[in-house]
Design a protein around this ligand. Structure first.
Ligand SMILES: Cc1cc2nc3c(=O)[nH]c(=O)nc-3n(C[C@H](O)[C@H](O)[C@H](O)COP(=O)(O)OP(=O)(O)OC[C@H]3O[C@@H](n4cnc5c(N)ncnc54)[C@H](O)[C@@H]3O)c2cc1C
Length: 315
């Protein structure tokens, strides 16, 4: 069946209006953003909302800006906007990396950041990228606003903490000095969903001095030379996000714990990859066998760490 069931349609004129419509139509109403997940699900009758509340006209939900040392991304920001945005690219290049490999230009021109996150597909690329960045989700409800860490946003496959009557309004990421980030994905073909993917963010001890002074490679050509080139830099904090490989909350918490305080060396990165692989629980499906996905989780984590370090050091 490729035709959706009958559905009422309302066009919201403001966030308050969208919230009022959600309250009026109740739990069987759904927000319509880009429609690239919801409409196919309605065609297949996997979703049968009674009312669609279209938020596409809400420019107040479409922006990328820096506010008080945070990058703020409106939920209605299209994938294509995030891909091209200089601020996002400057502060968190992992987002640009991820957007480059999400679907195709048609999907990226319509699909939204908020729609991707609220869809909560277990293979969503942005879920891993925002988990790595330890982002915060801002949820609007009729009484005001609440915030939820990215890692508490997803309650299961296709489920989030966004309750009936609420909408995701914004994603915030704290800008910290000494950071570098990267995203690595393997898909079956260009623009396809990931077989496995890893997003990584690293913050080096010493803040932005690491970026200004770091040589990026030591005398032997290894990644990880510190500021004076004499030894490896120390990892002050790390975020590792994984998608499509059954990682809890789209994150590799045990690998992050191992990285914190460790020297930024190839040995550290290899071990962090092993830990990430050990703790994820992929399933065999049409995209690949579980053991291959587990291997990918480790390998892609290690590769992303190398690239993130290179960038943290100004490369
Ligand atoms: C051909 C194709 C290829 C794709 N490839 C990839 C890929 O490689 N990687 C990847 O990660 N994704 C991929 N996608 C998914 C795509 O990124 C998402 O479908 C899309 O971005 C979802 O956003 P949307 O705005 O279209 O959401 P919609 O379809 O409009 O909504 C999705 C769900 O989120 C809810 N929702 C939307 N916005 C809000 C909000 N602000 N607050 C509360 N609820 C909200 C809706 O009610 C609905 O339940 C692909 C999709 C297609 C069609």
């Amino acid at each position: 069946m490729q035709v959706p069931a009958y559905v009422e349609y309302e066009k919201a004129s403001s966030i308050e209006h969208a919230l009022a419509l959600l309250a009026r139509y109740g739990p069987e109403s759904r927000i319509l953003a880009g429609g690239h997940s919801l409409i196919p699900m309605m065609k297949l009758r996997l979703a049968q909302p009674e009312t669609l509340i279209d938020i596409n006209g809400l420019s107040e939900l479409s922006y990328i800006r820096v506010d008080r040392a945070e990058l703020c991304i409106g939920a209605l920001t299209r994938h294509a906007q995030l891909l091209d945005d200089p601020l996002a690219g400057q502060h968190f290049v992992v987002l640009r990396d991820a957007e480059q490999v999400i679907a195709d230009p048609v999907v990226r021109n319509w699909g939204t950041v908020g729609g991707s996150l609220c869809q909560a597909d277990p293979s969503e690329d942005l879920s891993a990228a925002f988990a790595a960045l330890k982002a915060t989700m801002v949820i609007r409800h009729p009484g005001g606003t609440r915030t939820v860490p990215a890692r508490e946003f997803f309650t299961g496959p296709y489920e989030t903490v966004v309750a009936p009557g609420e909408l995701l309004a914004e994603i915030r990421i704290t800008i910290r000095p000494g950071g570098g980030s990267a995203y690595q994905k393997v898909g079956r073909r260009a623009g396809d969903w990931p077989v496995g993917a890893a997003g990584v963010a690293l913050w080096l001890a010493g803040g932005d001095g690491a970026r200004r002074d770091g040589a990026g490679r030591d005398g032997a050509g290894r990644d990880g030379a510190g500021r004076d080139g004499a030894g490896p830099g120390v990892i002050a904090d790390a975020g590792v996000g994984l998608t499509a490989v059954g990682a809890e909350h789209f994150a590799a918490a045990e690998a992050e714990e191992f990285l914190r305080g460790a020297p930024a060396t190839p040995e550290t990165f290899a071990r962090a990859g092993q830990i990430a692989a050990e703790h994820c629980r992929p399933v065999t499906d049409q995209r690949g066998p579980a053991d291959y996905k587990q291997h990918l989780a480790g390998e892609l984590t290690t590769r992303a760490l190398h690239r993130a370090l290179h960038r943290a050091l100004g490369g």
